[in-house]
Ligand binder design. Structure first.
Ligand code: CO
Length: 210
């Protein structure tokens, strides 16, 4: 059996097991998608949103990219965000990074990665914003992990800078924003930031005509 064929075989087993426990399982999911959460996570295969939070299909709307970035020109992210906020009306948005993130690690080097340079340039900007704190850490691993936390915080702030979030805050006082970091070593998530709906950010970024 080819490796990819195992995925298809295991899918059959999974579907059968779901039905065995709950014959209505798929019927229910077919008709409605009503997740309370939007997850913005890293593409890293070791950080799957549903598994690590013990959630089921239907519970989390998911967007993943390298180093869980919220880039304000990223049409993909913005489309997911608008749909999640305006149509699904999620109550919480979680930006979840992870310690040991290869994307952040790459951004802290001077290597030329080709196309990826353009993506991780955004992470280098996070480094520059927090240069004093990050560069003062002498232990390389600790420095990387602190950058990973700061990157999550900046991405939460990037969400708050969007007109999509500001408009929802003004009209409905949701969603609340959360910054989390997952630890590959023990499987635990560390919440590092919370931004309640309506939080005022730097006035430079606030729209007055939403
Ligand atoms: Co990563």
């Amino acid at each position: 059996m080819q490796s990819y064929e195992r995925l298809l075989a295991d899918n059959k087993v999974w579907a059968r097991e779901k039905l065995a426990v709950d014959p209505e399982y798929f019927n229910r999911l077919v008709h409605v998608q009503n997740p309370e959460f939007l997850w913005i996570g890293c593409s890293d295969s070791r950080v799957p949103a549903n598994e690590i939070t013990g959630t089921q299909p239907g519970e989390i709307f998911v967007h993943r990219n390298i180093a869980n970035m919220v880039v304000h020109t990223d049409l993909n992210l913005l489309s997911v965000l608008q749909y999640a906020v305006e149509v699904l009306k999620v109550k919480h948005i979680i930006v979840c990074g992870h310690y040991g993130c290869g994307g952040v690690k790459a951004a802290m080097t001077n290597h030329n990665f080709g196309i990826i340079n353009k993506w991780i340039r955004n992470i280098k900007d996070v480094h520059r914003f927090h240069r004093e704190e990050v560069d003062a850490i002498t232990d390389e691993k600790q420095q990387l992990n602190r950058m990973i936390e700061l990157n999550v915080q900046e991405q939460v702030l990037n969400l708050a800078k969007t007109s999509i979030i500001q408009k929802a805050w003004k009209e409905r006082n949701v969603p609340h924003l959360h910054g989390w970091v997952y630890d590959l070593q023990d499987g635990l998530i560390k919440p590092i930031q919370e931004m309640q709906a309506g939080t005022h950010i730097d006035a430079l970024y606030e729209f007055d005509d939403l």
